[in-house]
Design a protein around this ligand. Structure first.
Ligand code: PLP
Length: 389
C-alpha cells in the first residue's frame, strides 16, 4: 500500500460532517431525521445575492481573479467591517478565501511549527486543534466552563502564555457553546497582551452578528493597539446563509498579508469569481434578511433552552450568541458519544457529542437550533421518549 506522509496522523476532523453523512444515509433509507447536528442556517441565501452571482456568470466573469479577491469586494469588506467595528480597515489588508475555515489553516501554517505553542478554546471549533497539530505546534487549550457561561476571561488566556506562545485563537460568540465574552473582559485581555507584543491573535468572529438579549459584538479589531497583530476571521457562511458558497474573508496585519496571499496562490488561486460578486451584493445590499434570521434564531433559542432544561438529566445555560445550545447531559448517565449515536440511530435526531469539540466537551451535547421551531419541538419529544424508554 502507498505510504502516507507522517503529518497526516496529526490532522483531526469535524464530526458534524460525519454525522451529516450518516444522517443522509438514514434519510435515504426512508428514516425521518431531524438534523440539529450541522451548523448552518436553514434559510436560503437571500434572492438578491443569488441574482448577483447569476448576473456575474451571464456577464462573463468566468476567469481567475486576483488571488486576494476582486478589488470592489475587498473594498466592500473593509467598509462593512469599519462600519460594524469602528476600526479603520485598509482594503489591501483583506483576503478573500473559500470559507472561514481557510483562515485558521493559514494562520496555523504561518505561525505554527515544532516548539511553538498556540492557544485555542476548548471546547471549541474542532478545526483549531486539528490545524495546530498539523502545523507541528503544541495546542494549549483555554478551557471554557459552563459556570462562566462558556466565556473565557482575560486571565484564562493570559495565564497560559509562555515564552513559546506564538498565536492565540479566540472565538466569540462561540461554537459549540454559544458563549459570548463581555467587552470588559476583552478590555482586560487587550491590556494584558500589551506585555507580549510578539504574540498574534486570530479572532474568529464568524458569529459576530448573532447575539441575543441586546448583547453587542466586540471585535478585537476595534482596539487600535491590536491592529498590527490581529487576524480577523469572518465570512458570509453564517450571516448570509451561504455555507455552500464557500465564501470567507480575513483581515491581516499589513506586513503579513503577502504571506497569507502566497498560501492562497499555492492552494486555491482565487475564490469562485461569481461568488465574489454575490459577496458584494450581500454586504452592500439590504440587510433586512440578516435581521430576520437573527430574530428567528432568538425565538428558537428560547424554545430549545426551555425544552432542553425540561429533559430529565439535561441542564442548559442560555447561550449569548451563535445558534447552538450546549446542554450538560451527565445526568442521563450515558457517555456523550454513545448518546450522540443513539439519538441519531434510535430517535432520528442528529446532534454532536461535546467531545468532538475537545476534551473539555465531555458531558455535553451540541444542538444547532438553525432549524424550524416545529422540528426542534419534535426532536425534543423524541429525545424524551427515547430516554424514558
Ligand atoms: N468558525 C467557526 C467558529 C465555525 O463554527 C465555522 C463553521 O461552522 C467556521 C469558522 C467555518 O465557516 P466556513 O463554513 O465559512 O468555513
Amino acid at each position: 500500500a502507498a505510504t502516507l506522509a507522517e503529518r497526516m496522523n496529526t490532522l483531526g476532523t469535524e464530526t458534524a460532517f460525519e454525522v451529516l453523512a450518516r444522517a443522509g444515509q438514514l434519510a435515504a433509507q426512508g428514516k425521518d431525521i431531524i438534523n440539529l447536528g450541522i451548523g448552518q442556517p436553514d434559510f436560503r441565501t437571500p434572492e438578491h445575492i443569488v441574482e448577483a452571482a447569476c448576473k456575474a456568470l451571464r456577464d462573463g466573469h468566468h476567469g481567475y481573479t486576483p488571488a486576494a479577491g476582486i478589488t470592489p469586494l475587498r473594498e466592500a469588506v473593509a467598509a462593512d467591517v469599519s462600519r460594524r467595528t469602528g476600526a479603520e480597515v485598509d482594503p489591501m489588508t483583506v483576503l478573500i478565501v473559500p470559507g472561514g475555515k481557510v483562515t485558521m489553516f493559514f494562520a496555523a501554517l504561518l505561525y505554527g511549527e515544532p516548539g511553538a505553542e498556540i492557544l485555542y478554546p476548548n471546547p471549541g471549533f474542532p478545526i483549531y486543534e486539528s490545524v495546530i497539530r498539523f502545523s507541528g505546534a503544541t495546542p494549549v487549550p483555554i478551557p471554557l466552563l459552563e459556570e462562566n457561561g462558556f466565556a473565557f476571561s482575560a486571565e484564562d488566556v493570559l495565564s497560559r502564555i509562555t515564552p513559546k506562545t506564538r498565536l492565540i485563537m479566540l472565538n466569540s460568540p462561540a461554537n459549540p457553546t454559544g458563549g459570548a465574552v463581555p467587552k470588559a473582559e476583552f478590555d482586560k485581555l487587550v491590556q494584558g497582551l500589551q506585555a507580549y507584543p510578539e504574540i498574534v491573535v486570530m479572532s474568529d468572529e464568524i458569529y459576530g452578528q448573532m447575539l441575543y438579549d441586546g448583547r453587542e459584538h466586540v471585535s478585537l479589531l476595534s482596539y487600535p493597539e491590536m491592529r498590527d497583530r490581529v487576524i480577523l476571521l469572518d465570512g458570509w457562511s453564517k450571516t448570509y446563509a451561504m455555507t455552500g458558497w464557500r465564501m470567507g474573508y480575513s483581515i491581516w496585519p499589513k506586513a503579513i498579508l503577502p504571506h497569507a496571499e502566497k498560501l492562497a496562490v499555492n492552494c486555491h488561486s482565487c475564490v469562485n469569481a461569481s461568488a465574489q460578486y454575490a459577496g458584494i451584493a450581500a454586504l452592500t445590499g439590504p440587510q433586512q434578511a440578516v435581521r430576520d434570521m437573527v430574530a428567528a434564531f432568538a425565538g428558537r433559542r428560547q424554545v430549545i433552552v426551555d425544552e432542553l432544561n425540561a429533559i430529565p438529566g439535561f441542564r442548559c445555560v442560555e447561550p449569548g450568541g451563535a445558534f447552538y445550545a450546549f446542554p450538560n447531559v451527565e445526568g442521563t448517565g450515558i457517555p456523550t458519544k454513545q448518546l450522540q449515536t443513539r439519538l441519531l440511530e434510535e430517535a432520528g435526531v442528529a446532534v454532536i457529542a461535546g467531545t468532538s469539540f475537545g476534551k473539555h466537551g465531555e458531558g455535553y451535547l451540541r444542538f444547532s437550533y438553525a432549524n424550524s421551531t416545529e422540528n426542534i419541538q419534535e426532536a425534543m419529544r423524541r429525545i424524551r421518549t427515547m430516554l424514558s424508554a
